[in-house]
Ligand binder design. Structure first.
Ligand code: FRU
Length: 440
């Protein structure tokens, strides 16, 4: 039992996508991988490749920990192409029983064929960290080219303080100079992870841990965030900000530069993984095409290219389906209620209730329990803001074990574990005009 369109490892544990890149015409996704167990452990970089972002082929493990600087793990990082070589820039992790003595430093590896990698050692050591930042929380380098220099953003934590992002610059990817703290104010969460930046969209994304709940935002203990704005004197000034995804399972997103396609880990820390019984734990989201419109992030899922049908949407639509991609266009919407993977005992719902989008996996099937203690989390509920506009565009991406919902560019992603025989999709809408398109 495996999802059809979502990346998983052949077996065992995966977390963050790493080094997402288009190299020699193919899409590469690396990922945090523990090949020997269903739970997190010494991190390797697993590797898959695709032509269409929907069908993925497994390649050999790209990075294995155990060298001087990555003795206990090759943590998250990014990829960049230089002189036709593919470089991976990642965090070398050195464990210690005393958390204060853990060391995280930035390392490099390179490849000519995009499959076999040679390690090049340390490029930013703990001595190249500003004095008031902690060497035990210094990770997840994201590298991009800005004019004639390379820029690296690294997640960091002020000693006895909170998260920020540090900016470094280099001419050659090997020697790096510290430039600035990127966020004018430290995060209100305890630590930042996995920053990424797209220059042509003026878009900064990152994750935060233990952020206080704010309206519909940060109900997960580990949450995600976007900001649009600009770098002024090496600090990022924000125009608009928001959650990237409002669901239960979305973390550590990364963007393929140029194509501006984002992929995230479709899971969450500190929860049980019902998929363990099928031999895997963790998968990636469906890739999403990103745009910025009026300084707001807009996401559209990558879809199969053929259309199975496109038809007028009556008040009710029903189909037996477990895996499918749909686009729904409606205007003057007054009600919307969707049930997925419905059977005698279960259903997963997504409804418009009092001008809020409300998702519930309370009755989806096998339970997923986390450490969150707020009311919505305990009830299996996630909410997403409603945009009061005339024409709405909604995408549904259903795969084995997951549902991804996109409304007017916002997204809500969650895992579900219904019974095999729960297979009805039931949609009820009231609108002036509507169409439903199914892709194959
Ligand atoms: C985010 C993260 C990263 C780290 C990696 C370790 O999910 O904690 O900060 O590099 O996972 O696997």
């Amino acid at each position: 039992m495996r999802p059809k369109y979502h990346i998983t490892a052949k077996s065992n544990w995966i977390n963050d996508p790493n080094g997402v890149v288009k190299f020699n015409g193919r899409y590469h996704v690396f990922y945090q991988y523990h090949p020997y167990s269903l739970v997190w452990g010494p991190m390797h970089w697993g590797h898959v490749v695709s032509d269409d972002l929907l069908h993925w082929e497994h390649l050999p493990i790209a990075l294995t920990p155990g060298d001087e600087f990555d003795k206990d793990g090759c943590f998250s990082g990014s990829a960049i192409i230089k002189d036709e070589k593919l470089y991976l820039i990642y965090t070398g992790f050195i464990y210690n029983d005393d958390p204060e003595k853990i060391i995280q430093q930035q390392c490099i590896a390179y490849s000519e064929d995009g499959i076999h990698f040679t390690k090049g050692g340390l490029i930013i050591g703990k001595n190249n960290l500003p004095k008031d930042f902690a060497p035990n929380d210094f990770r997840d380098p994201s590298v991009y080219l800005d004019g004639d220099k390379y820029v690296m953003l690294v997640a960091s934590r002020r000693k006895n303080g909170r998260g920020n992002i540090l900016k470094y610059e280099s001419k050659d990817l090997l020697k790096w100079k510290f430039v600035s703290e990127v966020l004018p104010i430290d995060s209100s969460g305890t630590m930042i992870e996995c920053p990424d930046y797209v220059k042509d969209l003026n878009l900064l994304i990152y994750c935060e841990q233990n952020q206080p709940v704010e309206g519909y935002m940060h109900h997960n203990l580990h949450s995600n965030f976007w900001r649009t704005g600009e770098f002024i004197f090496n600090q990022f000034f924000t125009r608009k900000r928001g959650m990237i995804d409002y669901g239960f399972d979305f973390y550590a997103p990364q963007i393929i530069k140029g194509d501006n396609i984002m992929i995230a880990w479709m899971n969450m820390w500190e929860r049980n993984n019902p998929s363990e019984k099928y031999g895997f734990a963790g998968s990636m989201t469906i890739p999403r095409k990103l745009e910025v419109v009026d300084n707001e992030l807009i996401q559209t899922p990558v879809l199969p290219k053929d259309i199975e049908f496109s038809r007028h949407l009556n008040e009710e639509y029903e189909e037996y389906v477990k895996v499918g991609f749909y686009k729904i266009e409606v205007n003057n919407l007054t009600s919307f209620s969707l049930e997925m993977r419905k059977g005698e005992k279960h259903a997963t719902s997504f409804e418009l209730i009092n001008k809020k989008w409300v998702f519930s996996r309370a009755n989806s099937g096998e339970e997923i329990v986390g450490k969150e203690t707020d009311e919505d989390s305990l009830k299996g509920i996630r909410k997403m803001p409603y945009k009061d506009i005339n024409n709405h565009v909604i995408y549904i991406v259903l795969d084995e074990f997951s549902v991804e919902l996109f409304v007017d560019g916002k997204s809500l992603t969650s895992q579900i574990y219904p019974d095999e025989q729960d297979d009805l999709l039931k949609l009820k809408v009231s609108c002036l005009e509507g169409t439903i398109t199914k892709y194959k």
